[in-house]
Design a protein around this ligand. Sequence first.
Ligand SMILES: Nc1ncnc2c1ncn2[C@@H]1O[C@H](COP(=O)(O)OP(=O)(O)OP(=O)(O)O)[C@@H](O)[C@H]1O
Ligand SMILES: [Mg+2]
Length: 278
Amino acid sequence: MKIIAVTNIKGGVGKTTAAVNLAYLCAAGRRATLLWDLDPQGSATYTLRAEAHQEATAKKLLAGKRELPELILATGYADFDLLPANFSYRNFAVHLAQRRHPTERLLKMSRSLREIYDVLFLDCPAGISLLSENVLRAADVAVVPLVPTPLSVRMLTQLREFIAREGWTDLALLPFFSMVDRRRSLHRELIDSTRAQLPMLLATEVPYRSEIERMTLERVPLPALAPRSEAALIYAALWAEIAPYVDGRRPALGGAPEPVQNGSPNTRRQPESTPATR
Ligand SMILES: Nc1ncnc2c1ncn2[C@@H]1O[C@H](COP(=O)(O)OP(=O)(O)OP(=O)(O)O)[C@@H](O)[C@H]1O
Ligand SMILES: [Mg+2]
């Protein structure tokens, strides 16, 4: 199972929007996919028309009193399940700090999902905390939506240095520009200068579009709502850049990519027990 974290210290940059659409597209490629909504706001849970869990608190999960597989809901889309948010996740970092090996708890908890899913997406809350450290420690891929401002670019450099300091060489850091307005010269200049500096930036840019914003109104992933729409095609292009890291065709750092084949292998393993339905 590969773990993809959609993360950024900054709020409101398009993390949840990307997580929902990318997880949907991942599942549409016949990979058994789970999206874990780690944000107490529960935006991904809401967008997928589910409800937050009431009693499966962060404390109980960390103490092993509740197991992740028993909390899984079906989204109604093939191969796509959801682990809904819980309001207690606002205290995740506090409870993590009270456990032994506090930076490895999320990775340990995710082991119970390994036999069931090919890919686990983590929709992370904004901020930098023990939870985000757990997320980066557990993840194979960190997808970072970046609004083109000088401060977001600075944050990315800090994140890159942090990952290097921790020695997480097997973590693929995949930033992409989000909420881009190409009519603004500041956006264009910043994108060009950042691309020259940071070659790992994904080529796909997600523009600022009301069509994308509407996803939270419609509560349907954009490629499911209108597969041929501009917005859906943009997320499909973004996913096409990320998928090779999941399918093992790209190393985390450097190295030439192997040729991308049409379609993706159906590596779905049958779950030992069927995930609960809504
Ligand atoms: N490309 C876009 N164009 C226009 N609006 C967008 C775009 N991406 C996201 N939005 C809207 O911006 C708001 C924030 O997006 P989203 O919830 O995805 O960000 P986030 O980074 O997950 O926020 P938070 O930090 O609060 O979790 C939402 O209302 C969303 O619909
Ligand atoms: Mg969010």
